[in-house]
Design a protein around this ligand. Structure first.
Ligand code: SF4
Ligand code: SF4
Length: 461
């Protein structure tokens, strides 16, 4: 019997299949999810920040009056899901609590991509996020004090404090919401020089924090990137640990030229089950306890990541009433939206997307490499609104603002900007092959090509 990985990418297409067909027909339907960059400010100074040149020393925030106007018009227009990311750090917007209350008032789904540090000082905000957000993805990027401070460019921040705050957060979400509505928590690490030797500890940390999924991504094209030749050992270790947890674990391509090489690297590892293990349903944890990383597992110690002794396997830290049920997270989050940059739902590697249709005939496989592959297709379901009300094709607009700008919400509501000739022309002008290799929305293209070319006729159910 074959087991197929029905990953979040495929699940989103299924959830919005009629809209996907409209897009393939050249139409521009109402978007599913709107991504917001509420501010270009962030108090962290991560050397690897993709938006560092965009936010730099900036400290601009979306005006709350403008946000209210936008939200009302989006709600009336039928948009049901918002995602706050950056850009900058969304939880550092001075009106973030009011913003979240407005989202709740309009009964919209909401996801947040954050470094999470605002929870350390602001318990009221933590409670509000726990009550309102459907998913939160923490850009943790490090799980020891030393690497946490290096990776985020500040010596005055504390991983132990963030760890304690996140643990409180997941306890809150478990108390405040029913199982279906509970906030899904994702943990993500960008692997780089400062954290590569401790990245494996993220497994135990994610378990301790009751996270619903764990993601790794390579830092690319940066002085702190890990050379390609040195990555396989890290992949092997992460793959081994991925088999010890029931959490979905993803190894994502990084942004940049090395991305395709990374895929090859993971694919070759896949032949020895590396990439597959990172995305496939995990084997029971108990089988691997003898080889689990020891240092990170003491569940109640604030500084446990550096503790040298705890011999317990990572999964042993999961409390009996832990909110994360094995493999549960992907189902509720799947219908929310096509994944955004820094997506909240686990996003499969190329290997996993192929696995979804793996049993198809070879002609269907051929279809995957053509068709929508060179087009920007799914951005019309997931546009970006910047802090100043500018509407852009997608979140990767900073280096091409003019070509990506669709209009300003200070001048017209989105329903008027959306779907016009200018919009169609700008989307059609995008050559997706020239975009960032790891654009999350491009991951939908193989499946869209599959649909477009009716390649499914070569398969069977
Ligand atoms: S926390 Fe995120 S937005 Fe802030 S500097 Fe780091 S990478 Fe950039
Ligand atoms: S393909 Fe290019 S334009 Fe389209 S969403 Fe991705 S990065 Fe943006």
């Amino acid at each position: 019997m074959d087991f197929r990985t029905l990953d979040a990418t495929a699940a989103n297409i299924i959830a919005y299949y009629p809209k996907a067909l409209q897009v393939l027909d050249g139409e521009i339907p109402t978007p599913v999810t709107i991504e917001f960059f509420l501010t270009n400010f962030c108090s962290f100074r991560c050397p690897h920040c993709r938006c560092a040149t965009a936010h730099g020393s900036c400290d601009e925030y979306m005006d709350i009056v403008l946000f209210k106007q936008i939200l009302t018009s989006l709600s009336n227009w039928g948009v049901g899901t918002l995602e706050f990311g950056g850009g900058g750090e969304p939880l550092e917007h001075p009106d973030i609590i009011e913003i979240l209350e407005l989202v709740a008032k309009h009964d919209m789904r909401c996801g947040i991509i954050t470094n999470g540090y605002a929870f350390v000082e602001n318990k009221t905000l933590m409670q509000k996020v726990a009550a309102v957000a459907d998913w939160v993805r923490i850009s943790l990027d490090a799980v020891t004090e030393e690497s946490f401070q290096r990776v985020h460019g500040r010596k005055d921040i504390s991983y132990a404090k963030l760890r304690a705050a996140l643990r409180t957060f997941t306890s809150l979400t478990a108390q405040m919401q029913d199982a279906r509505r509970r906030t899904r928590l994702g943990i993500k690490l960008i692997i780089q020089e400062a954290n590569c030797d401790t990245a494996h500890r993220a497994f135990a940390e994610a378990e301790y924090l009751h996270a619903d999924y764990l993601q790794f991504k390579w830092l690319e094209q940066h002085p702190a990137s890990i050379p390609l030749a040195e990555r396989q050992g890290i992949v092997d270790e992460l793959t081994r640990l991925a088999a010890t947890t029931s959490m979905p674990v993803d190894m994502l391509q990084g942004y940049g030229e090395n991305a395709s090489s990374d895929t090859a690297s993971l694919a070759s590892a896949s032949s020895s089950s590396a990439a597959t293990a990172l995305t496939a349903p995990a084997t029971p944890a108990a089988t691997t306890a003898p080889t689990a990383p020891a240092a990170t597992t003491a569940p109640n110690a604030p500084n446990a990541p550096t503790a040298p002794t705890a011999p317990t396997a990572p999964t042993a830290t999961t409390a009996p009433n832990a909110p994360n049920a094995p493999n549960a997270p992907t189902a509720p989050t799947a219908p929310t939206a096509p994944s955004a940059p820094n997506a909240t739902t686990p996003v499969a590697t190329t290997a996993s997307a192929s696995a979804f249709i793996a049993p198809a005939a070879s002609s269907a496989q051929t279809a995957l490499s053509s068709g929508a592959g060179g087009r920007c297709v799914m951005s019309v379901l997931h546009p970006l609104i910047d802090w100043d009300g500018g509407v852009y094709i997608c979140a990767f607009f900073h280096h091409r603002k003019a070509s990506h700008l669709l209009g300003s919400l200070k001048e017209a509501p989105l329903s008027e900007i959306w779907g016009g000739e200018l919009h169609k022309e700008k989307v059609a002008a995008v050559d997706a092959k020239l975009c960032v290799p790891n654009c999350p929305l491009k991951r939908y293209n193989p499946i869209l090509s599959f649909i477009e070319q009716e390649a499914y006729r070569f398969a069977y159910i």
